[in-house]
Design a protein around this ligand. Structure first.
Ligand code: BTN
Length: 254
């Protein structure tokens, strides 16, 4: 598991042709004792999945990868790594997309270009017996050369090629992400969440706008006013402030 050319030795790259899910593969490797930095990338997936049990359509030409980390923190704190990954993806995309494209982070785990989803992030963790992280898998799908048709997905989608960077490949996009992620992850480890939180908020989709959020228990509406120090969404409803730990910002509010 040597580092590929262009990737620092923080990463241990495993390249596969087709796999069920890179995240399932990394979770399996984690249980077998794989090191932090293990990175599985596949050309296509037959069982790619996203949040809330949704499937992630995974044809060749786009980027599918999962990274194993073993951060020394509690499981609740590790949720912040979704934001670290989102900001790193936005950094990577801003290096290749035309300057007039608006790259935004949608709470909690999507990256949008011009309001359309270009990448999704799935965080899955296992705890030790004391609520600390044993292993954490960050799975990321980026639409590089194609994106799902509108009728196949709940949210409008786009791709790096559709946004005007036709020379980019899954491989080049992975290299840009890995470079940006290592910098943001180091920052998070040494300085805590604040710098990442500020970077995420500077790109937040629908900040200060009225939104609807789907929760397990129904739908709530309010103004999205920020993130708290743990990454929870702060939603203001009149004089009331609600913290949302998990949910889905609904497209009807788009
Ligand atoms: C989402 O938007 O709900 C998150 C999508 C995450 C998809 C990626 S593709 C690589 C990795 N393997 C998976 O099965 N899922 C993630």
């Amino acid at each position: 598991m040597a580092a590929a050319p262009g990737l620092s030795d923080f990463y241990h790259l495993i390249e596969l042709d087709t796999v069920g899910s890179t995240s399932d593969e990394v979770a399996r490797l984690a249980r077998a004792g794989a090191a932090s930095g293990t990175l599985v990338v596949a050309h296509s997936q037959t069982n790619g999945h996203g949040r809330l049990g949704r499937s992630w359509i995974s044809p060749a030409g786009n980027l599918y990868f999962s990274l194993l980390l073993r951060p020394a923190c509690r499981v609740g704190e590790a949720v912040q790594l979704t934001f670290v990954a989102a900001v790193a993806l936005a950094d990577a995309l801003s290096a290749v997309l035309p300057a007039d494209r608006t790259i935004a982070c949608k709470w909690p785990n999507d990256v949008l270009v011009g309001g359309r989803k270009i990448a999704g992030i799935l965080l899955e963790s296992e705890a030790d017996g004391h609520g600390r992280v044993e292993s954490l898998v960050i799975g990321i799908g980026v639409n590089v050369s194609s994106h799902p048709a509108p009728e196949a997905v709940m949210y409008a989608a786009t791709s790096i090629h559709a946004e005007g960077a036709a020379d980019e490949t899954a491989h080049s996009t992975l290299g840009l992400f890995c470079h940006a992620f290592q910098r943001r992850y180091d920052e998070w480890q040494s300085l805590g969440f604040e710098a990442v939180r500020a970077a995420w908020l500077s790109r937040a989709d629908k900040l200060h706008q009225r939104i609807e959020v789907g929760l397990d228990a129904g739908t709530v509406a309010g103004t999205f006013v920020g993130l708290d120090g743990s990454g929870a969404m702060v939603l203001e409803e009149g004089a009331k402030r609600r913290l949302i730990l998990a949910g889905d910002v609904l497209p009807s509010a788009a």
